[in-house]
Design a binder for this molecule. Sequence first.
Ligand code: ADP
Ligand SMILES: N[C@@H](CCOP(=O)(O)O)C(=O)O
Length: 316
Amino acid sequence: MSVFTPLERQELEVFLAPYGLGRLKDFQGIAEGSENSNFFVSLEGGEFVLTLVERGPSHDLPFFIDLLDVLHDADLPVPFALRTEGGEALRELAGKPALLQPRLPGKHVQQPNAHHCAEVGNLLARLHLATRERVLERKSDRGLDWMLREGPALALQLDDTALPLLRDALKEIGEVKERFLALPRANLHADLFKDNALFDGPHFSGLIDFYNACSGPMLYDLAICLNDWCSDEQGHLDAPLARALLGAYCARRPFTAAEAELWPAALRIACVRFWLSRLIAANAFAGQDVLIHDPYVFQARLAHRQKVEVGLPFAL
Ligand SMILES: Nc1ncnc2c1ncn2[C@@H]1O[C@H](COP(=O)(O)OP(=O)(O)O)[C@@H](O)[C@H]1O
Ligand SMILES: N[C@@H](CCOP(=O)(O)O)C(=O)O
């Protein structure tokens, strides 16, 4: 389970009263999270999710609240911070920053098909189009500088197969960094994995967990997303799934020549980002009752991205 801060019913009732959403019917901790403590909260006024933010500097929270307001106003299926009757969005509970958000319908998809991937590509393009004219600035706390800083020390724990793979990828990041960061920008979700998307039947019904959201190159967001949605068990790119995702994305936002050129590097950088964060989490939470994602998955994906056969559809 990953509820780091358990709650008593009475303290929750006191916290919920100012929203004016009626009496508390039920609540339960959500096991699936890995970063924050989340609870499904059932009130007379509807179904909600309460998040106690466990990680990251709390001065970033207004950014997440503002971004979700922008995306909600653009009709994207995202949660957003509900306000109390006094207009407060960001509150505190059990000593942690706390947000109450609507519970979105739908379920996670385990085995996506081309239709799911097209829905994801379409949604990601809408997110970028909704923010690129007026980007809300936030530097990722797991961006390229972080990879270059953390990577060399983490490489020391790797075996003889993994070590050169990571070392070469870090070298490439150093070489392409400036050109990569100069690509067309918007706000990024930066963690659009299957476990952050909800589907109601065939329809994309919810994009959740914005705590990695930042500003940056749109191509990077696409690479993060595609590495998760369109990889097979061994880490190969699944070409039909990748084409479905990319096709739906570029129907809304065509790619530039510079993006097409840096696409293979973007896929590799996106592998390094999660390989490193998973290695850090595996070291930090070893032996604890916390959901730990397997770092090796991204080692394997990086190994299979040395040659990228699915290029970006790009019209000269
Ligand atoms: N607004 C929401 N609507 C519906 N389910 C949600 C919502 N927010 C979170 N969840 C559920 O809670 C789980 C954990 O949330 P998530 O934000 O991914 O946690 P963490 O930040 O700890 O990784 C999700 O997998 C999803 O099932
Ligand atoms: N989706 C990620 C977890 C979120 O990344 P983090 O850096 O915030 O831990 C994964 O599957 O590794």
